[in-house]
Write a protein that binds this ligand. Structure first.
Ligand SMILES: [Zn+2]
Length: 338
């Protein structure tokens, strides 16, 4: 796994609390970690699992040297189980049943057994129901660590049986200095907002930019809107670009409308941490060409389109995105005529 040794200092206080709970015999048998992608939920789960399995626990965590730690590092510890979805499909009841059977056995090595379930919102209803009893009365020294972006999609019966910790992103200062330690410099703060301060995603993105393996998609969005507004037959390219990564790219377009809205509302420029601060001159021109009312309307149309596309993957993507782009073009055009 890439970045396996990258430190995650913003999660240290949470790990510290978990460790203290264990030392005081108050470690919950069923934990839920939520937080955005790129915050390190899985890393925290692995760190906790390794600690629970370590034979020689130290005051600062697992020892890193014992037999259990070595097996864990080699991804070979028999008392560690990872349950995850394949290709984003539902996690079925068979997978959960076989997990429960394993948990009913005695630990192979030490005292504890640990299960990590990634994307727990993908458990089918039957699978989640099958898990309830295990969550309520875990067998012996079994620990379950569940991961999800938010807790809102979980069944209340499941949610009520776990101890929930929500992970927060580090602030700009912490994040910038951490990124520098990892060898990447932040040249504009807008990129932090673009990825909502999620360190691991930012690190990947900035490294890829550095190596020339990725492009700054914010620039593609500015160019896309520019072409859309200035060329007659220009819908297709921008619509295709947005459609390829619909969730993140419509989010980028949302940020642009949001920055335009802010610019228009305050009339005083943008803060240097705005996602599109780097394109301020162009945004200033656009903000002259559209009303607040139109921006609010387009914002809400964009969010509607995005929600539809994210929730129902079967819909005609290009059609919905094109419809949105036509609305954007129309709102700007009508203002220009007045
Ligand atoms: Zn150890």
């Amino acid at each position: 796994m890439p970045q396996s040794n990258v430190p995650t200092p913003w999660l240290d206080p949470i790990f510290e609390t978990l460790k203290q709970n264990y030392q005081n015999s108050r470690f919950a048998h069923a934990l839920l970690f939520t937080g955005s992608t790129g915050l390190g939920k899985f890393k925290l789960a692995l760190r906790s699992a390794k600690y629970l399995l370590c034979d020689n626990k130290q005051s600062n965590g697992s020892c890193g040297n014992c037999h259990a730690c070595n097996l864990f590092d080699a991804q070979n510890h028999l008392d560690f189980h990872l349950l995850q979805s394949e290709n984003n499909k539902a996690i079925g009841i068979e997978q959960v049943r076989s997990l429960i059977n394993t948990l009913n056995e005695r630990p192979h090595l030490g005292d504890n057994k640990v299960v990590v379930i990634k994307d727990v919102q993908l458990l089918s209803t039957a699978a989640a129901n099958a898990l309830l009893k295990t969550l309520e009365e875990p067998q012996g020294n079994s620990y379950l660590i569940l991961l999800s972006r938010t807790h809102h999609q979980l069944m209340p019966t499941l949610y009520s049986r776990v101890q929930h910790t929500h992970l927060h992103s580090p602030n700009d200062k912490q994040l910038t200095s951490w990124l520098e330690q990892q060898g990447v410099a932040v040249t504009d703060k807008g990129v932090l907002r673009q990825f909502q301060n999620c360190p691991l995603i930012l690190l990947n993105h900035l490294k890829a930019l550095q190596k020339g393996e990725a492009t700054d998609e914010r620039r593609n969005c500015v160019e896309g809107l520019f072409t859309l507004l200035n060329q007659a037959e220009s819908l297709f390219d921008f619509s295709q670009f947005l459609g390829k990564e619909v969730e993140s790219r419509l989010q980028l377009l949302f940020f642009m409308l949001h920055d335009l809205h802010k610019l228009k509302l305050t009339g005083q420029g943008l803060n240097d941490d705005a996602v599109y601060f780097f394109a301020l001159p162009q945004l200033q021109i656009w903000s002259e060409q559209i009303t607040l009312k139109s921006l609010r309307y387009l914002n809400s149309e964009l969010l509607k389109t995005r929600a539809l596309l994210v929730e129902h993957s079967g819909l005609k993507k290009e059609l919905l995105i094109s419809a949105l782009l036509i609305k954007i073009k129309k709102e700007f055009k009508e203002q220009a005529v007045c």
